[in-house]
Ligand binder design. Structure first.
Ligand SMILES: *Cc1c(COP(=O)(O)O)cnc(C)c1O
Length: 379
């Protein structure tokens, strides 16, 4: 290093250097604790491109080619995040190829400006989906009721004001009473309304494109173990119109060369990943945790499939407060009080259970969690 302002690299972990604590993640790919374990190859790729100037549109085109290859879509584009992609995909549907309209947003005067969303899909993933859509200037038109949405309601909601329709795939959505994706697409297609699928947290990179979605949004920093970025797979029109948004509201969601290249490499790595070996490791973590909780009165634990069909299981820990003398909430808190803190998946803890997710463990952490469970299990 010749620039004396740049610190010499040290062997110390950045956490030690900054005085921050490490946490053990048995929650899932959570933004609040740093998303996922990034792959070393992705980090190296990002480091390799940083010292270069690069024509960004050409780099995005290369990323688009990789996205097309990985997803079966015509084209693709890297955004700053899935949340950014929610906003920009809707903006693209409203402004199309018109640079004047790109610059006019979020004022939607003279544009089709409604985005349709099933009421049971109006979720909070860490922020409200609806807000991500509204940020473009669009109005969200909710369809149906939270627990019942009928095809005729979607049909009736489509008017000359409709810009697009958003379909959310998530464990957070109401998992009954909603219109299934094939029917949703069929109704929208018949009226030439583009369908965008928010599949931020899904493993299957092909099925939604195959089902006929115009664009599908994935997070690079979730299961793909890439940099913080969004990956949009879609048809040429919607993708090129999204790129145009970089001259407008997209500027605030700028994604750098390192993230575009990092996401591209994460997609390449995904193709070669040994999924069976990863599953086997996860299953062995579930087994030792289940064992650690086995003889505790009032606590039952069993592996449960992922609710959206991702190929992974989590340990469900069900607590009967009367028998156990404790609650799910108290146990989650107790795990977080360990050093290092163990962060469990607790979005339904008020219902008397929580989950332990094995997807983001480092070497030997499964045993650390088991030891903590053993301690908690002692009456
Ligand atoms: C995580 C998530 C998002 C946000 O993804 P980011 O890439 O972190 O912005 C949006 N929608 C759903 C369904 C998610 O699970």
């Amino acid at each position: 290093m010749t620039n004396s302002n740049i610190p010499e690299p040290t062997d110390q972990s950045p956490l030690e250097e900054l005085g921050l604590r490490e946490v053990i993640n048995v929650n899932g790919t959570m933004t609040s604790i740093g998303a996922s374990l990034g792959l070393a190859e992705v980090g190296q790729a990002m480091q390799r491109i940083l010292p270069h100037f690069v024509e960004m549109d050409a780099l995005q085109r290369k990323a688009g080619e990789q996205i097309a290859k990985s997803t079966g879509a015509e084209s693709g584009y890297i955004t700053a995040s899935s949340a950014a992609a929610l906003t920009l995909s809707v903006a693209a549907c409203m402004a199309g190829r018109s640079l004047a309209k790109v610059e006019q947003l979020p004022d939607t005067t003279g544009m089709r400006s409604e985005v349709l969303l099933q009421m049971g899909h109006a979720i909070h993933y860490g922020a409200p989906v609806e807000q991500g859509l509204r940020l473009s200037g669009a109005k969200v038109r909710l369809v149906g009721s939270s627990t019942l949405v009928e095809p005729y309601q979607l049909e009736a909601a489509i008017t000359e004001r409709t810009a697009c329709a958003m379909y959310v795939v998530s464990h957070h959505v109401v998992n009954y009473g909603q219109i299934a994706l094939p029917v949703f697409i069929e109704i929208c297609r018949a009226k030439c309304v583009p369908v965008i699928v928010d599949a931020a947290s899904e493993y299957d990179l092909r099925c939604f494109i195959k089902a006929g979605a115009d664009a599908v949004i994935y997070s690079a920093h979730k299961f793909l173990s890439g940099p913080t970025a969004g990956i949009v797979a879609g048809n040429e029109t919607i993708i090129s119109n999204m790129l145009l948004q970089n001259k407008g509201i997209g500027r605030g969601f700028k994604v750098g060369k390192e993230s575009i290249y990092g996401a591209l490499v994460a997609l390449q790595m995904w193709e070669g990943r040994d999924h069976a070996a990863i599953r086997a490791k996860e299953e062995s973590a579930l087994a030792i945790w289940q064992g650690a909780l086995k003889n505790r009165k009032g606590i039952t634990a069993w592996p449960e499939d992922d609710p959206t069909g991702n190929p992974l299981r989590r340990l469900r820990v069900q607590v009967n407060p009367e028998l156990a003398g404790t609650s799910a909430t108290a146990l989650v808190k107790a795990l977080a009080a360990f050093t290092p803190p163990i962060i469990a998946r607790n979005h339904e803890e008020e219902l008397g259970y929580f989950y332990l997710d094995p997807c983001n463990l480092k070497e030997s952490q499964a045993q650390v969690v088991a030891d903590a469970l053993n301690q908690l299990s002692k009456p």
